[in-house]
Every structure is written in structure tokens, then in C-alpha cells.
Design a protein around this ligand. Sequence first.
Ligand SMILES: Nc1ncnc2c1ncn2[C@@H]1O[C@H](COP(=O)(O)OP(=O)(O)OP(=O)(O)O)[C@@H](O)[C@H]1O
Ligand SMILES: [Mg+2]
Length: 334
Amino acid sequence: MSKVTWLKIGLIAGLLIVISLLHYLTEPYEMELHAVHRRLYYLPLVLASFWFGIKGAAAVSISAIGLYFPYALYNWHGTFHDFDTLVEGGLYVFIALTLGFLAERQKKEHAARIEAERLAAIGKVVSEIAHDMKSPLMVIGGFANQVSRKLHGDADSNKKLQVVIQETKRLEVMVKEMLEFGKPLELVLSRADLNELAEETVEALKPLAVKEGVELKIEPDRSLPALKLDDSKIRQVLMNLVVNAIQASAAGEEVLVKTRRSNLEALVEITDRGHGISEEDREKIFQPFFSTKKQGTGLGLANVKRIMEAQGGAVTFHSKKDKGTTFIIALPLN
Ligand SMILES: Nc1ncnc2c1ncn2[C@@H]1O[C@H](COP(=O)(O)OP(=O)(O)OP(=O)(O)O)[C@@H](O)[C@H]1O
Ligand SMILES: [Mg+2]
């Protein structure tokens, strides 16, 4: 925990102790003063809900009641005033939980809004750069191809030119991905069979798996109903995830694509036994342009997340270093 967090906890705890002491140090018959002190308990409550959400609010309400309880019990006479205090205690807990819940929800909405704005800004810059890179790349690739066709005698120069052509092609693919990322997502929904999409993806990636010596398997759950989705986008999602799984695996390892049904969702799980994702990379992998690969653009998972959220679904993962990773995509059944 950071220093600031400790300071916040310290301030809340300090307030709770001071307010409770005020109760214990004030004569029981000074009822107006006690009423004021009791209201002071709302101060740490508001701070805790605002800073720590529902957990903070629950902790403060339990602590406040725990601290005030001995005093209230000692001075309990069964009068109307005592019952009034008891009701106020209940109300205090109710307000705490409501406040904590609302503060937490608002914080999440705010974070999501900031993230969406950040992604939109990145997308805009990326597509502008990609757009400007497109034409020069086409010119380079085109001329390199023309020159290569005429350079028959000079093998050494031709070899170098082939590298130019190959790298230009790689840049062209990158630019295409960047342009795609910058574009607003427009879904074309139709009824589709998730098993079929997964099977076609596995079939399309078999050559890559064979090349890498990875065994690519599929276990479809035939009870899955047809879903309303954008099939080409979901195909893209599956492609990205299975390619990542193959790339993370060593020769001889297995990648398993499994579909299944859970409550109100259809799931596809892509499991590999590869190198896993380190603790520090886990929060970065969905960020655009984060890649640990020599030739990676780092847009694969950013796109996966964007597409899944637009579909009303989600993508999650669990991973163990050197043991493997499972990515799970979930789509609503209706
Ligand atoms: N199955 C996996 N196992 C281990 N690490 C993974 C896995 N999938 C993703 N990663 C990590 O997440 C990073 C980001 O993945 P992402 O697909 O976005 O980009 P990339 O694969 O590096 O490049 P590309 O744009 O070509 O897909 C990867 O570089 C890798 O470090
Ligand atoms: Mg990738």
C-alpha cells in the first residue's frame, strides 16, 4: 500500500478514536453534546466510502458501532432516547453501505470513461500516422519489386532487396492493423454458430501450428445455441488469441480451444502451456502497442478487448509463469 493510502487510513482511524473519546469523556446527561458527537461519525464514513468504496464504508460502520457500543450499553436505560440511538445505528450502517456502493460505482464509471477517451485519442493519432505511412510504403514496395525483377545477375544486392520487400510487407500489415484500430467499430450482427467459427479458426491456423511444432486441438460443446454476433469480428478475436497461444508455446506443447456454456453466457477458452505472462505485464497486455515480441505490433489484445466489449461480452485471462495461460471470451447467450 502507498504512503497516501496509509495516511488516509490513519486519518479515518484517528477521527473514529477522537469521536469515540469525546463520547466517553462527556458526561452521559449532556445529551445534546452526545447527539452532536454521534453525528460526527458521519465524517469518517463519508471519507471512507469516497476513498475505499463499499469495503471502506463497511469497515468504518463496524468500527464506529464497536467503539460506541460499550458506551451505549453502559448507559442503556431502555428509554425512547436509547431506542432512537439504536435506530440511528441501523440507519448509519444502511447509509454506509449505500454511500460505499454509489462511490464505488461512480469511480468505476469515471475510470471507464477516462479509458475510453484515452483509447479514442490514441486511435485517432494512430490512424493519422498510419494513413500518412500508407502511400510511401506502397511506393517503396512497388519500386523494390520492379528493381528486384531487373537485378538478375547481382545475387547479393537481390538478397538485400528481398529483405527490403519483406520488411515493407510487414510494415504494410502493421499499417493496416493501425488503420483498423483507429476506425470506429461498427458491428454487423447476424445469427452465427460459435463452434463453427472456432473450428474454422483452428483449421486456418493449423499450418502455423504445424510450422511451430505445436499441437492445436479443439473441443466444441455442441449444446451451444446460435448467437447474435459479428462473425468476422469474432473470427478476428479468435485468430488473435489462438495466434498468441501458439506464439507463446514451445515445440511439442499443446494449445486447446474449448467452447462451453455457463449460465447466461457462451464461452471460448484458449489454453496454452507456454511461457505465461509475468506479474508486471498482466495489467499492460490489453494496452495498445504493448508487446514483448520482436515483431509484435501489440494491437492484437487491444482489438480483442474493444470487439468483445462492443459485443456486450468480455475477455479475461489467467496465467501462471512458465505453466501457461488461458484466455476466456464470454458472449451473452441472447
Ligand atoms: N497466450 C499468451 N501467453 C503469454 N503471453 C501472452 C499471451 N497472449 C498475449 N501475451 C502477451 O501479451 C502481449 C500483447 O499481446 P498482443 O496480441 O496485443 O500483441 P502481440 O501479440 O505482441 O502483437 P500483435 O499485434 O502482432 O498481436 C504479447 O506481446 C505477450 O507478451
Ligand atoms: Mg498478438
